[in-house]
Design a protein around this ligand. Structure first.
Ligand SMILES: [Zn+2]
Length: 141
């Protein structure tokens, strides 16, 4: 009973985005598998819950590369600042280079995933939460 009532409420946008759910129904998963799965990251072509086509036009996800670039830059700066705060090292550039490259490599699956999430949630005009979509499909078995 309680679960049914909760399903009627709109899921929070941030929570849905963090879980990489479909931006329209906030229910279906955008990606197959986990962020750090050993297999290559795969994306569902359409939302398993509401049928929204994720790649709305050819080349749509190229824009995500720019988002990914911005994320990587922010992470590199954070890695440098963090490295300096922790070690206080100022002798040369190499430890910083290793720290930044290591951080970006470690976080690249996250960047890949969330660059697309950010693109779909906040950079695509007309991509909005539509609860009716979810309701009609949930009621149909
Ligand atoms: Zn959906």
């Amino acid at each position: 009973m309680e679960n049914k009532i909760e399903k009627e409420e709109a899921p929070s946008q941030i929570k849905a985005a963090l879980q990489a759910r479909c931006p329209r129904c906030r229910d279906g998963k955008m990606f197959i598998g986990k962020t750090y799965a050993l297999k290559a990251q795969k994306m569902n072509e359409t939302c398993p819950s509401c049928g929204l086509r994720f790649e709305r036009e050819p080349g749509y996800f190229y824009v995500a590369m720019f988002v990914s670039y911005a994320l990587a830059m922010a992470e590199m700066i954070a890695a440098c600042v963090g490295f300096y705060i922790i070690t206080g090292y100022m002798e040369g550039p190499w430890p910083y280079l290793i720290a930044t490259i290591g951080t970006v490599i470690l976080l690249s699956p996250i960047n890949y995933r969330y660059s697309r999430v950010i693109l779909m949630y906040w950079l695509t005009p007309g991509m909005e939460y539509q609860p009716q979509q979810e309701r009609t499909l949930v009621e149909k078995p």
